[in-house]
Design a protein around this ligand. Structure first.
Ligand SMILES: [Zn+2]
Length: 238
């Protein structure tokens, strides 16, 4: 390729911009998106856990109210027994009533124990729900931060892409048509790259000394190609 020496660095720049573009920023943006997604997944899991914990609180509360209802019935029966005992002297009736009173009181005692246990479970479930609620607030804040980071990264990528595309168009307009045509139809995946005197900036192969010096001594207004990959090699100067 013939190309004035002062235009050659633009050819390498064009190839780099077209190949890499805003790639580094895109990677950063993706990393921010990955962080956000992980947090959203965590929140979904946490919400399920909270729903389960709320359900268990309701179950426990229901158990408490059932025990309380049983206890009210037993208390009424106890009262009725006591009243009936006060109203009768018949030994056989009294024996039955006393037996029933004892059994009612023992049942009451039993229910009292169950009630304490159920109330303990309610407060444990409530504490659990509160704890997950606090975690959830913290998670919401993290998600907000991550969403802002994604938006900022996306904005940076878009801005970089726009300025990159602008510069690409500028270079393409500035370079001679024939050079652009040869570059566009190059068989190399890299198109063009800088040559530091030893290593191809495209395929990264260190060229044998004879090949390297042939490239270095080619006419200044020509762009030689890498014998390994065909990339147009722009010699670095100074
Ligand atoms: Zn090469």
């Amino acid at each position: 390729m013939r190309l004035a020496a002062h235009l050659q660095p633009m050819l390498a720049e064009l190839a780099r911009r077209e190949r890499v573009g805003a790639g580094a920023l895109k990677k950063e943006e993706q990393a921010e998106r990955d962080t956000l997604e992980a947090l959203l997944a965590e929140r979904a899991e946490e919400r399920n856990a909270r729903a389960a914990s709320q359900m268990s609180t309701e179950d426990q509360r229901w158990a408490v109210s059932r025990i309380e209802a049983d206890m009210r019935k037993l208390t009424r029966r106890e009262k009725a027994n006591v009243q009936a005992l006060g109203a009768t002297t018949d030994p056989e009736v009294r024996r039955d009533l006393e037996h029933d009173l004892r059994s009612t009181r023992s049942k009451l005692k039993e229910q009292q124990k169950l009630l304490r246990e159920a109330e303990r479970k309610v407060s444990a479930a409530e504490m659990n729900t509160m704890a997950t609620g606090a975690e959830s607030d913290e998670l919401d804040r993290k998600i907000e931060t991550a969403e802002r980071a994604v938006a900022a990264a996306q904005h940076a990528t878009e801005a970089a892409e726009a300025s990159n595309n602008e510069r690409v168009a500028e270079i393409r307009a500035e370079l001679p048509e024939e050079a652009v045509r040869l570059y566009d139809t190059s068989s190399s995946a890299f198109g063009a790259a800088f040559f530091n005197g030893r290593t191809c900036g495209g395929c990264s192969i260190i060229l044998p000394a004879a090949q390297a010096s042939a490239i270095m001594s080619a006419p200044a207004d020509s762009v030689p190609t890498c014998p390994e990959c065909g990339t147009y090699l722009v010699r670095e100067r100074g």
